[in-house]
Design a protein around this ligand. Sequence first.
Ligand code: NCD
Length: 321
Amino acid sequence: MRHLLSAGDLDHDTALLVLDTAEQMAATQQREIKKLPTLRGRTVVNLFFEDSTRTRISFEAAAKRLSADVINFSAKGSSLAKGESLKDTALTLQAMGADAVVIRHQASGAPHRLATAGWVHGCVVNAGDGTHEHPTQALLDAVTMRHHLVGMRRPGAAAGRDLAGRRVLIVGDVLHSRVARSNVLLLHTLGADVTLVAPPTLLPVGVDSWPCATSYDLDASLPGADAVMMLRVQAERMHAAYFPSAREYSRRYGLDARRLRLLDEHTIVMHPGPMNRGLEISADAADCARSTIVEQVGNGVSVRMAVLYLLLAGSADEGIR
Ligand code: NCD
C-alpha cells in the first residue's frame, strides 16, 4: 500500500491487516508509556483545507504516538487563505521533506490529484475529500463493529475476522456523505450487508450501482439490523431544499426513543460526529448504552496509527515495537 485514497483500494486481506494492526496499536495504548519509536525521524504533514475536530486531532495524536514529527497546516492562518493553489502548497511541503501528507479538502478528488501529479513524493492519506470518500472513518467504524458484533474482545468467543453477514443500516444524508460511500465499499469487502436508508432526495444519482440495498422506510428497516449508523445532515453542503422541514426529517429519518425500542438487544448505534442532536439523532439515542459514538472516536487514533505505520514502516510482520 503506497497511499490510502479510497476504501475501495483495500482488498479483503489488506483491510483485515489494517484492522488487526489497529487492534495491536490499541493494545500498545494500554501501556504506561504510550509512545512507540517506530516513526522516529519521519515527518507527517496534516493539511486541512476544511474544518475538522476529531479527524485532525486523531491523526495528530496517532503520528505523535508513533514518534513522527508532525506539522499541522490548516487553511485558516496560512497562505491558503490568500488563495495559494494546491500545487504550490504541495511543492512547499515537498521541499520540507514530508514523508506522509494527510489531506482533507472540499474538492472531491484532491487527494488523488496530490498523489498522482508527482508534486509530493510521500504517501498521501485521504482524510475526507468533498462528498467523495473518508477511508479512515470507514476503517474505524469497522473496528468498532468488530468489537461489538464479532466478539473480538470477548474471551472465549470465536474470533471471526471480518463482518460476513452482519446487517448494517446507514441512515440519512447519503448524498453529501463521504463517510457513507467509504463505509459501503469497505463493509462490502468485509462481507457485510448494507442498506442505505434515506429520502429519495438524499440518495446520490447512480446509487443503484453501489454494492448495497436502498430503502426509504426507516421503521421497516430497523428490526434485524446489527448496526445503525446515523449520518449528519450536512447543511453546509445543501444549496437547495432536500426535505420539507427539520421536524419532518426527524419524524421520518431521525433515531429517537421510540425507534430505539424497535432495535434488537445487541444492535449498536453509531454516528461519525459531529452530531445535530435533535435532528438526525435524539439525545436519548446519542447517549444510550448501545451508542458507540465516543468509542468510535477512540478507535480513530489506533486506526490512524495503523495506517501511518503500514504506509511508512512497511508490513506488520516486522512486529510493532
Ligand atoms: C465526517 C466528515 O467530516 O466527513 N466527520 C468526521 O470525520 N468525523 C462526517 C460529517 O462531517 O458529518
